[in-house]
Ligand binder design. Sequence first.
Ligand SMILES: [Zn+2]
Ligand SMILES: [Zn+2]
Length: 167
Amino acid sequence: MSKDDGKRIENYGDSYRFTASSRVRRDGDVIWIPELYCHNGHSLMDTGVTFDGYPSVHILVRTGDEVMGDVDFYLSSIVNDQRKQGPELPRGVPYAIACPTCGEEFKRLIPCTCQVGAYRRAIYLTPDPGELAAVGICECYDCPRSFVTEEGDLLYEVVVEQTKPRG
Ligand SMILES: [Zn+2]
Ligand SMILES: [Zn+2]
């Protein structure tokens, strides 16, 4: 775990059965997700950008900036791995994030605690959103708060302890 940022992962998935075909996989200490989809069933996986050999998750970020426009981001498919490839963006601002294939924005699931007005948006472990297997990612650049649900049950959640002001 990292030292000072208060980030940690809650594991609710002790009884989860990892297999060679499960929607969430385990290789040693690495927990990762092999397939992710938008709500219209488009695969978001990209093998052109990888992290530790695992495929990345390709999303579109609507910067709202006239010059930058929509930018491509590649997120790590490893649970609780903040690495990503994409341009530097201003922090602490919620961005609309969308599917690079259909261009539709991912649905807002629940508010994020990082700031008022920020939400965690849904991408799915199966092509059918009705199966209730989802990853929720915050729409703020650099916010690590995320979670994984399978069949409606929370499996993992990355939380950040609110640090008390010093002095
Ligand atoms: Zn799509
Ligand atoms: Zn957040």
